[in-house]
Unconditional design. Structure first.
Length: 263
């Protein structure tokens, strides 16, 4: 698969296809933890993030599959066996088509385009250091596309697990997906769900992450969870900074009063 993590498309024993990131990918082992956690959080508040799973790739399969390798510093190395991150492929390759880009005239054919506003909240909350990545897909003769959000590996500032917020981080490359936003109500229901998300849910998701994905740094993971709990109340400010940025993403924005406690 394309991308810096050099993921591999694999079919699992549940008969589904998954994009698999290996622990020894060229980016960092923590991108597995990031992708799992941010994907599950997005899904928890009702956004169409590709389903995140943990997959066990054994040594025998790697040994007998020459394609399971990674290019690193000019060398070819074998993928590491063990527990890997798996993002469910958004549609069975035999049943549909997947695109990572759609031209502007075709964006009107995306049936869940408004979820871009919801995913913007997650990207700001988690300080996604990468541009927003999307898979547009449709089955057979369907006329409209569905957007599924993929590749959350650079949330939490990739391997750093800190939050150097910037207005133009974590956004989609085209303003057209945001230009319909007029007020805070257009971020619902995702905004209310995010702000009210029970801290125990964040901790539960973090607790599912294999320790080898974060190098056994339990204290670091605990701090990450605590930071995410605090940052729920910062999301409106971060979105406002994006709204007021040079991108001017919401040209139809109308002046409304920010609710008390969210200034």
């Amino acid at each position: 698969m394309r991308g810096g993590a050099q993921s591999h498309l694999m079919r699992a024993d549940d008969a589904n296809f998954y994009v698999v990131k290996f622990q020894n990918n060229p980016q960092h082992v923590r991108v597995l933890a990031n992708d799992f956690m941010a994907s599950r959080l997005a899904e928890r508040i009702g956004l169409p993030a590709a389903r995140a799973e943990i997959i066990d790739v054994d040594a025998w399969l790697i040994e007998h599959t020459p394609e399971l390798n990674i290019q690193l510093a000019g060398r070819t190395i074998r993928c590491m066996p063990g527990l890997q991150f798996a993002s469910r492929y958004v549609v069975d390759p035999a049943e549909g088509q997947v695109f990572d880009y759609l031209p502007e005239p075709v964006l009107s054919q995306v049936k869940n385009l408004k979820t871009f506003a919801g995913m913007l909240l997650v990207d700001k909350w988690t300080c996604n250091a990468n541009g927003r990545q999307v898979a547009f897909w449709k089955k057979g003769r369907e006329r409209k596309y569905t957007a599924s959000y993929i590749d959350q590996g650079y949330c939490f500032n990739a391997a750093e697990w800190n939050f150097p917020d910037s207005p133009l981080r974590g956004i989609y490359l085209r303003n057209e997906v945001y230009e319909w936003v007029r007020q805070w109500d257009d971020f619902e229901p995702w905004l209310s769900r995010l702000e009210a998300l029970d801290p125990s849910v964040i901790g539960e998701i973090a607790g599912c992450i294999p320790p080898e994905w974060y190098e056994g740094d339990a204290d670091g993971l605990e701090k990450l969870v605590a930071d995410l709990v605090k940052r729920r109340s910062h999301v409106r400010r971060l979105v406002t900074e994006f709204r007021q940025s040079s991108r001017q993403p919401f040209p139809a924005w109308t002046a409304v009063t920010v609710p008390v406690g969210h200034a």
